[in-house]
Every structure is written in structure tokens, then in C-alpha cells.
Design a protein around this ligand. Sequence first.
Ligand code: ADP
Length: 397
Amino acid sequence: MNVLVINAGSSSLKYQLMNPETGDVSAKGLCERIGIDGRLTHKTADKKVEKEIPMPTHAEAIKAVMDILVDANDGVIKSVEEIDAVGHRVVHGGMEFSDSCIINEEVIAGIKKCIPLGPLHNPANLLGIEACQKAMPTTPQVAVFDTAFHMTMPAKAYRYAIPTEYYENDSIRRYGFHGTSHKYVARRAAALTGKTEFKMVNCHLGNGSSMSAIKDGKSVDTTMGLSPLAGVPMGTRSGDIDACIVQFICNKYGMSVDEALNVLNKKSGVLGLSDGKSSDFRDLEAGAAEGNEACKLALEKFYYEVAKYVGAYAAALNGIDVLTFTAGVGENGITTRKAVCEYLSFMGVKIDDEKNNVRGKETLISTPDSAVQVWVIPTNEELMIAQDTAELVNAAK
Ligand code: ADP
């Protein structure tokens, strides 16, 4: 089976053509500068092609993807008919969607209804869906939501302690994101440990970071909230802050709320704490090694907050059996994993420094006598999207 996985942003569109059973990717690429001029980067096993192609809208971007996938020289399939299904990443499913689903008019209406919750992402995701529907009218399309995995959270985790009317009238609650990644890692953790009933905390630490408390494969709590701004500090996002900071900044600097939120989304996190040095952990580690105090503080704050959430989730779950690290920093950050795990020695977490000396490979990094198994599990959101897509499309046959 060939599933085309689409991740459409406002001016970009990523794609992967993959086999959901084996995870083999036959081609992947990126359309950039949609609505500006248009650039396509396309990679296959033995080739990388870059082309300037006019892309006034997402429709031309999808057409460019279709054309290159079937191209006699650079393509990997003979005709578009060989694409059995398309899986779309959709960021916000609100309270409408607790699972992936085959796209029909009702689903489109549901995604539109969630636009106020995901104002930046959902309209772009819809453009990708509409363009694919036009280009492949008979091919089934599936929506996979970033929020869906967390819909199993209990009310005490998803409700904010603010007046009920904001929840009832406006759907203001914790949703959480990176759900596809948390779900993928939870499944891999079950397969790798041979456990089905177990309590775990997954640390998805990338440029955007979120953590999830997972019981028997289901999310019971997560650090991101109504939006991806909440939780641990990230590359450029502040993570949890006192909401009064927004009022203070607006009043003092004459900013609008949108401008203040731009500071919290784009200029904060480890970038802000490192005095603007970098949002990239490799740069921060290099800076810290050279004695830069701001870089040191940014890293220390990050390790501290991640460890604090593991402790909080260990309490929420009444103990944990497995701790997993994934995404750019989680998979590659040897120092980050060591620093976080050092905080957790009180609960019997022990890692083996030699085993921890690993990047991007599924590895058990805890010692045999550690009270908690600690794993590095590289995430694969595209594969999870392809698998959900295949499952739904096969079931509907
Ligand atoms: P995104 O949230 O954009 O998907 P990723 O999961 O790809 O981000 O993570 C990107 C981040 O991973 C980079 O900003 C960098 O901080 C971090 N990273 C990548 N390689 C390393 C490394 N070798 N050591 C430490 N951090 C790394």
C-alpha cells in the first residue's frame, strides 16, 4: 500500500510517500514559498531534486508533488492511481475529534469549526486537504489530529480553574499537541518493553516540546494546553508563565496582546533566556562549554522544568514504569537526558552513561537496577499518520 502523508503549513507543504506496513519511504519532499514564488525539494533513495515552480496556492504545490512523483526521471510511481490513500496532519481537532477519521464534508466542517482554536494551522491544513481532493478526487483522504491522542485525559487534567462558562461556551480547556508523536512512542514503548499495562512519561523535546503522562497507552495528562505555548520552556516559546506577565508587558511597553504573545511565542524559551544567543540546543551547549552564563541558565532551566514535570506526572500516575525521550533534543541530547535523569534519582532512575551515549536510535539507556526503564525512542509522526490512514481505509473497504 502507498500512503501519501501531507503536512500543509501556511506557506509550505511537506510530503512523504510511504508503505505503512514497512515504514519504507519511497519519496519525500517539501514545497516552500507557496503564495510567494514556489520551490520544490524532492528526495528519493538515490536523488535530490530542487526546482523553482510557481505556486500561487496550495493547489499548484500539490500538482507539483503529483507531477514529480510520476515523473519518468525523478518519480517513484507510474501514475497517481498508485497512491492508495492520503493522510493529512491536522493540528487542532478541538473537542470535535478524538481519533483520526476519513475525510468527508462533515469532517471538513468540523475542522473549520476548530479554526478559532488553531487559527494559524487549521486553515493551512484545510488548504492541503482541498488541494488533494481536487487533484485525486477518488482517493480516500484521512485527517490525523495532533490533539486527538490527548482526548482521553480526565476533566481534572483538561479543565482550567477558570469560570465554567469559558469551557462550556468557548471550549477553553487543555487540548495538548504532538499527539501523533506521543501515540507513536507509546506504541513503540509497549512493543520494546513487552508491556501492555504500564505507566509512562514521554518527553517529546524538540524545538517545540511537550510531555505526556500515559497509562496503558492512553494520555492522561500533557504539558501543552489550549495552544502549544504552555508547558516546558521551548526553543522560542516561554512555556508556562504567570498570565499577569502579559498584562504587565502590554501596559509597560504599549504592546497589544498579540504583540506580547509574539514575544512569548517567538522570542522566549531558551532563545530568550540565552540573551538571544540561540534556540538550538547544540549552540547552547557550545556556549555553555565556553562559559556563557546565559546559555548555562537556559539549559539549566530547561532540564529543571522537564524533570519537574516528570515528577508531577509520576505523582499523577502514582509511579512510572517507563520514561521515554524523543524528538530532536530527546533523541540527540545526551547531556539533556543525563541532566534530567539526575534530578530523578530520588525515584530510582539510573542511567548508564555508555548506553546514553547514543543519538537517534531506539535504545534502553537505564541500568538493569533502575526502578524505571529509560528509553530513547526516535519519533516518526509520518509513519503514525500513514498507519492510521491505512487502518481506516482498509476497515472501510
Ligand atoms: P521540531 O519541534 O521543529 O520538529 P525537532 O524535533 O526536529 O524540532 O528538534 C530540533 C532541535 O533538536 C534543534 O533545535 C536542536 O536544538 C536539537 N538537536 C538536534 N541535534 C542535536 C544534538 N546533536 N544535540 C542536542 N540537540 C540537538
